[in-house]
Ligand binder design. Sequence first.
Ligand SMILES: NC(=O)c1ccc[n+]([C@@H]2O[C@H](COP(=O)([O-])OP(=O)(O)OC[C@H]3O[C@@H](n4cnc5c(N)ncnc54)[C@H](O)[C@@H]3O)[C@@H](O)[C@H]2O)c1
Length: 322
Amino acid sequence: MPFTVLSLGGPVAPEGEEILRAAGIVSLSTGPYPGKTELLTLLAEIQPDALVVRLIERVDAEVMMASPKLKAVAKHGAGTNDIDIAAAAALGIPVLAAVGANAHSVAEHALTLMLALAKDLRAQDAFVRGGGWEKKAYRGHELRGRTLGIVGIGAIGSVVARLAVPFGLKTIAYDPYISDAAFGPHAEKVTELDTLLSRADIVSLHCPLTEETRGMIGARALAAMKRDAVLINTARGEVVDEPSLVEALRSGGIAAAGLDVFAPEPPAAANPLWSFPNVIVSPHVGGVTEEARRELSVMTCRNLVALLEGRKVDARFLVRPA
Ligand SMILES: NC(=O)c1ccc[n+]([C@@H]2O[C@H](COP(=O)([O-])OP(=O)(O)OC[C@H]3O[C@@H](n4cnc5c(N)ncnc54)[C@H](O)[C@@H]3O)[C@@H](O)[C@H]2O)c1
């Protein structure tokens, strides 16, 4: 009997499909955000050996138990907060993450948001399209000489720190879970989040969403930031308390924000963040460039095939419960 892999929320990229096909695996997929009831019926019917997690509300114990043959769950990405890791561990089902596959894309996206805010790109674009051509009112900035504060210097944060060098940014980083050496050559370690918040001109979030980081950037943290500082969030929407961010922007507590992620997603059409000219947003696309999508699919499918065939998978791709 060949193995069956079900991708939740859309198929993997053709390069990933090819890896599954070459291993003799049957590859199936659902549409984006499948409803729970229909999904449970589908899982019981096709009994997949593995799930690829793309666009789905949450893979919980009930979902994992619906297929009696389930041997692995693989996140088509790095953030695994949409999988109940503890439940998977209790069921003895390994969870894989495509760690680092989209790191460069997300890091470039964070830099793009920083640059777009520094150059007031959103307003300037609208101005020219509206027939304007007035340069005197322009108040652009350089990144050079500013302090970038990275919260979470893992795969993505490390690339951001490296890319920041040629811009002349000075980088400091806060990450309580890594060795001093892992901060690398481009970032100065700070041991307190508040130190980073009070020193940085740009705060860029690159930590995972955990019980500890949920709401970590709330009213108190925003008040610790400089009034002319900007906040960049390409991590997870829930790391920032959105009502507190709205209040900080409204009161001038911080200068601007660049956001790729929201809580919830998709955000409400009437989100108060849309009213601020000093906020630039994108629809959680930091990690989904063509290159990253290909790399994510290849990494996910390679690791899944290895796991299903009983070969060793590098420990950095295996997600452990907190
Ligand atoms: N916008 C997107 O499209 C996109 C794409 C990929 C990943 N992400 C998000 O970015 C996050 C980081 O991805 P990564 O590949 O760099 O992961 P990673 O695991 O390589 O790095 C995360 C780092 O955050 C650190 N960390 C954990 N808790 C922390 C805390 N309380 N304070 C400070 N640091 C903390 C960890 O020690 C680790 O070094 C993911 O978890 C995901 O949520 C977003």
